[in-house]
Design a binder for this molecule. Structure first.
Ligand SMILES: [Zn+2]
Length: 446
């Protein structure tokens, strides 16, 4: 059964509404077997929610979420019980079995075959199983696999036409439901993207940012509502990717012993001024060895099926090394490159260095692959290595690149937008895996 395609938001709002209208049936339709499982009839829920006897936090939360939305849709709260409370005579009525229940297993749901964040949606007689891959941890944490919860949102999105437009109850659109019938089905839903994530800003404290205008209590309420909202829109990830500017503290730690790992600028290794930011001598083989060695010390070379990430993301500055080895790796500057660098940008005076980074990530990846074939090197397309490489370098899927259009133009002209897309396509042509790693709403067009 193919995974259900996720729709764009605008399409979803329209399609979802028409789908909801499409499943409206005459009030007595739910007595007819064979055409689906009736969850709401004559404006009332006709279903009992069932959790395992000891549901984990995520499945418990899934039941609470489903119950809350059904109550919003009908004005009536459906009963929720644990599985031991369901008698065989009780099964004459419709139930939704949530998570890893005996019922779901008996119905043939293979929990071992469900990947992270996946959920089986299966109608069984007059019942519905929503049975996902669930791990422990907070249900709203992006690192918790909450397949059952995502299955609940799939149900609410598709058959109740619920839309989560902004955090909080006011932004939660739940149409009144007269009749909801779920078609017979046996499918597995999994988010299409392996990572869907928006930074929450939850680390911002109101006392440090009074301009936000929140009291501490209001900020906490907002963050809770936002966390629920993001999860309802299936934010999460199924890879344990760790990345970010990797070498921020390295000059202090290693500068004295290994100045050759650091940028050479005006004949001097390391930061141009005391305490200043610096880039690396990214082509340096000794640096590559150290990056891989530290990854191994953190267990990167332990055998396993999951990708293991080698963080090779440059510091938060342009790539500046002037050494001959770095320069030898550079590709030619694209002919239209300067046209798209704002003249006041700190990049205006910097060379185009994308190929040296691409080829250095490749060298690091080849080194790490000697210890673990699942090694994935992470870099950013950013600053003066944002534009796509020009040397024809092929990187392959074990290099993952965060596409970071930070502080470029806003608003964008058609030309600028086309150029931006061409850079994405150019990096995609290296066959690396790409992810969007924009910095700001509007400014970064995320
Ligand atoms: Zn260098």
């Amino acid at each position: 059964m193919p995974a259900l395609s996720r729709r764009t938001f605008a399409q979803g709002a329209l399609l979802g509404l028409s789908h909801w209208l499409g499943v409206c049936k005459p009030a007595d339709a739910y007595h007819q077997p064979g055409d689906g499982v009736t969850l709401v009839a004559e404006g009332r829920p006709v279903v009992t929610l069932v959790t395992p006897d000891t549901p984990n936090d995520s499945v418990h939360y899934a039941a609470v979420e489903l119950s809350w939305h059904i109550e919003k849709a009908t004005g009536f709260q459906p009963a929720t019980v644990t599985e031991s409370k369901v008698t065989s005579t009780g099964l004459g009525k419709t139930h939704i079995f949530l998570g890893d229940t005996r019922f779901a297993r008996k119905a043939g749901v293979d929990f071992d075959a469900l990947g992270p964040e996946s959920c089986a949606l299966r109608t069984v007689g007059r019942h519905l199983c929503i049975a996902g891959h669930d791990t422990s941890g907070s249900p709203v944490d992006v690192n918790t696999s909450a397949g059952t919860l995502f299955g609940v949102y799939e149900l609410l999105d598709r058959y109740f036409a619920v839309r989560w437009l902004w955090p909080g109850e006011l932004g939660t659109f739940v149409p009144k439901a007269e009749s909801v019938v779920v078609p017979l089905q046996d499918r597995v839903v999994t988010p299409r993207f392996m990572q869907r994530q928006v930074r929450t800003g939850a680390g911002l404290r109101t006392k440090d940012h009074p301009e936000m205008g929140f009291t501490t209590a209001a900020a906490e309420d907002y963050m809770n509502a936002q966390a629920a909202f993001l999860r309802r829109n299936r934010m999460g990830r199924r890879i344990p990717a760790k990345y970010g500017h990797a070498f921020v503290d390295w000059w202090r730690q290693y500068g004295a012993e290994h100045p050759e790992w650091f940028q050479l600028v005006n004949g001097k290794r390391g930061p141009s001024r005391l305490g200043g930011r610096f880039s690396m001598c990214i082509s340096n083989a000794g640096l590559h060895e150290e990056i891989v060695s530290q990854w191994r010390q953190h267990g990167g070379d332990r055998p396993g099926h999951l990708p293991t990430f080698v963080n090779a993301v440059e510091n938060d500055v342009p790539g500046q090394c002037e050494c001959d080895v770095c320069k030898a790796l550079d590709g030619h500057e694209p002919p239209n490159y300067r046209k798209f660098i704002p003249s006041k940008s700190k990049l205006a005076s910097k060379p185009f260095v994308s190929d040296r980074y691409a080829r250095s990530w490749q060298a690091i990846q080849q080194n790490a692959a000697k210890y673990n074939s699942n090694a994935v090197v992470v870099g950013y397309a950013y600053m003066n290595y944002f534009a796509a490489p020009t040397s024809g370098v092929k990187l392959g899927p074990n290099i993952m690149i965060g596409f970071c259009p930070s502080s470029w133009f806003y608003p964008r002209s058609g030309d600028e937008q086309d150029w931006m897309k061409a850079q994405w396509r150019g990096w995609a042509d290296t066959q690396a895996k790409l992810f969007m790693r924009a910095n700001y709403f509007l400014d970064g067009y995320c």
